[in-house]
Design a binder for this molecule. Structure first.
Ligand code: HEC
Length: 473
């Protein structure tokens, strides 16, 4: 289990800062291989384009498959993105804007640094450098349509009004929120009761807008299980560490989670459900309504693996970010049992710039081993949860320290900064700051840990067939 007795380890950690810089160059080869494979599996088209550089890039043959894979989850009728990118007619007027947004890697939203640490994720929509170059070439060539026969079939989406998790055992409705016809984006939290008498384990979970018009104004929504805010205000700063548990995210296209066989997330009785929302105006006053559906294990059943998701590696000192500066803050949490780390989600506010997650492995007298597993740029518009692929998720021994490094940019360089002249410190408001990570993990017994490490080694020695890789997607 985890406790956040971070202050005790700070002394040790300060000696290790140099290791952070070194670790950047020590990315193990095994993390990298899978990422390359992913590109090959999902986009055979890239290989073809590279081998014939002078061939014309066309929408139907080259661009549509990319948009279908990485864009239309949000860019289609009725979803929250401003325009559809399904057909040539949809995409043609946006060719230059598409080039700009993909070249800057603003679209699709996915801010993980591909050059550091783990590169295989379950939910990665991002484009390869070759795909970006191809889109740029297409736009520069006047966005040609190409041969109609090359057009891939358009992706079909499940009926948005149906629960993708099957019939929920529990549906929690968050309070409706009036989004005005126009105005700035709205951020905040809404709370709802969790009507269960005893703790239960969640088998599958989904957030969904309760109707079509809500779908247009809901940019994203993250659900948590939290202490009742009316009771919580104790001034105890450890409350943030154990008080909250991340449940599920809603953003277009990614909203249902069915946990692996015999694993589940604890839903505690007596807690509140909290949704952290980002709504935006669409030109008419709209009532935004969200609901959270869950399929539960039977009462009293405890699945073999309990998936935790908590705010860890909280900053070890108060945030102190003078106007006009970029500040760094570190946080630490010791894992007291072996674990499989499943996901990483940086949490900061408007000044958030970048966060890295480093593992500091336990040693007994020998020099410390560290590994930088993930770094992600941060944009408050997108709270992205990075879920590691099954054969890339870090397996760590008991005593491993999670180390987060967060950078906040309180200068004019940060375009989202509302007030670069003002000092910023800790706080709950959007204009205050935070710097921790939501970490998803399972605990493992020492035997399970050994078995998982052995299985990982064995799978890395065997060269994989394309088919096996495809099955893992
Ligand atoms: C998770 C949802 C999501 C995905 C996936 C996504 N977009 Fe977007 N996109 C948005 C939203 C929301 C906006 C409007 C807010 C903004 O501009 O950031 C947007 C804006 C844009 C714009 C700017 C439109 C304008 O008004 O100038 C372009 C161009 C764009 N997206 C292209 C793409 C492309 C190309 C892809 C895939 C490679 C993609 N997007 C994937 C949600 C998404």
């Amino acid at each position: 289990m985890i406790s956040a007795d971070s202050r005790r380890v700070v002394g040790l950690i300060q000696q290790l800062e140099v290791a952070v810089i070194v670790a950047r160059f020590l990315v193990p080869q095994r993390w990298v291989l899978g990422g390359v494979a992913l590109g090959v599996v999902l986009l055979p088209v890239v290989g073809a384009a590279q081998s014939a550089p002078d061939k014309q890039v066309t929408f139907t043959k080259d661009i549509a498959p990319i948009l279908q894979r990485s864009c239309v989850t949000c860019h289609r009728q009725g979803e929250m993105a401003p325009m559809a990118l399904m057909t040539y007619e949809d995409a043609r007027p946006w060719a230059r804007a598409i080039k700009t947004r993909v070249t800057s890697r603003e679209m699709p939203p996915w801010n993980i640094d591909h050059t550091i640490g783990i590169t295989q994720f379950k939910n990665d929509p991002s484009l390869s450098d070759a795909e970006i170059a191809m889109i740029a070439k297409w736009a520069d060539a006047g966005a040609p349509r190409g041969n109609a026969a090359d057009m891939p079939p358009l992706r079909q989406f499940a009926d948005a009004n149906e629960w993708q998790i099957g019939k929920p055992d529990l549906i929690i409705k968050y309070p409706a929120y009036k989004v005005p016809a126009s105005g700035p984006d709205l951020f905040g939290n809404l709370y709802a009761d969790v009507p269960i008498a005893k703790d239960r384990y969640i088998k599958a979970i989904q957030t969904r807008p309760a109707n079509a018009v809500s779908r247009k104004v809901i940019h994203h929504a993250l659900s948590y299980s939290v202490d009742d805010p009316a009771v919580e205000a104790t001034g105890d700063d450890s409350a943030g560490v154990d008080g909250g548990q991340f449940l599920v995210e809603y953003a277009s296209g990614k909203n249902a989670e069915v946990y692996p066989e015999d694993s589940g997330v604890l839903l505690q009785a007596g807690k509140k459900a909290m949704v952290s929302y980002h709504y935006h105006s669409i030109g008419e006053e709209t009532s935004a309504e969200l609901e959270l559906g869950m399929v539960l294990y039977p009462e009293g059943y405890v699945p073999k693996h309990i998936r935790w998701s908590k705010q860890l590696a909280q900053p070890t000192a108060d945030l102190d970010i003078p106007g006009g500066t970029v500040a760094r803050i570190d946080g630490y949490t010791i894992l007291h049992s072996p674990a499989r780390i499943l996901s990483f989600q940086p949490h900061m506010h408007i000044r958030g710039k970048r966060q890295c997650l480093e593992l500091i492995y336990p040693t007994s007298g020998a020099s410390a081993k560290t590994e930088m597993v993930s770094c992600a740029n941060f944009n408050y518009n997108w709270h992205l949860n990075y879920t590691y692929a099954d054969d890339a998720a870090p397996l760590v021994p008991a005593g491993t320290i999670l180390h987060t490094i967060s950078w906040h940019d309180n200068s004019t360089v940060n375009k989202a900064n509302p007030d670069p002249k003002n000092w910023v410190g800790d706080g709950q408001r959007t204009i205050d700051e935070m710097g921790f990570a939501w970490i998803g993990w399972y605990d493992l017994t020492p035997d399970e840990y050994k078995a998982e490490v052995a299985a990982r080694k064995a799978s890395q020695q065997k060269p994989k067939t394309t088919q096996q890789q495809q099955q893992q997607q």
